[in-house]
Design a protein around this ligand. Sequence first.
Ligand code: RTP
Ligand code: MG
Length: 141
Amino acid sequence: MAIQRTLSIIKPDAVAKNVIGQIIARFEGAGLKVVAGRLVHLSAAEAGQFYAVHKERPFFKDLVEFMISGPVFVQVLEGEDAIAKNRDLMGATDPKKAEPGTIRADFAESIDANAVHGSDAPETAAVEIAFFFPGMNVYSR
Ligand code: RTP
Ligand code: MG
C-alpha cells in the first residue's frame, strides 16, 4: 500500500471543545503522522472556496457558516493508505450513523458540527493540501 498525504481539518466544534490533542492522538495511534499543521480562522470566502464542490447543495450556507464560526486546526497527515485510513478513523458524516470508537461517534454533535474533515481521494487531497499549504510536496508513492 502506498504512502500518502491527506488534508485533515479539526472543525470549530472540536476546537471549541478543546479536543485537538485527543483527535490527533487517534491519528497517531493509527500510524498516521502530522507533517504540517496550523490553527486558522477561515473567512466566508475561504470556506466557500474550500467546499466549492458543495455550492449547489441545500446545506452549503449552513456548512460555510459553521466552518467560520471559530478557528479550525488544519493539518496534513502522512502514512500508509492515509486517505482511506483517515476516513475510517473519522466515521460516517452523520455522527448518529458513525461506528462506535470513531472520531465523529465520540466527539461530534450533529451532521453539521461533525468534528473533522478528511480528503476523500488522491485528487482532492492534492487540491486541499495546496489550498492550505501552498508549495508543500503532495506525494503518493
Ligand atoms: P467532510 O467533507 O467535511 O470531510 O465530510 P464528508 O466528506 O463526510 O461529507 P460531505 O458529503 O463532503 O459533506 C461536507 C459536509 O457538509 C455537511 N453536510 N450536511 N445536512 C446534510 O445533509 C449534510 N450533508 C453534508 C457535513 O457537515 C459534511 O461534513
Ligand atoms: Mg467531503
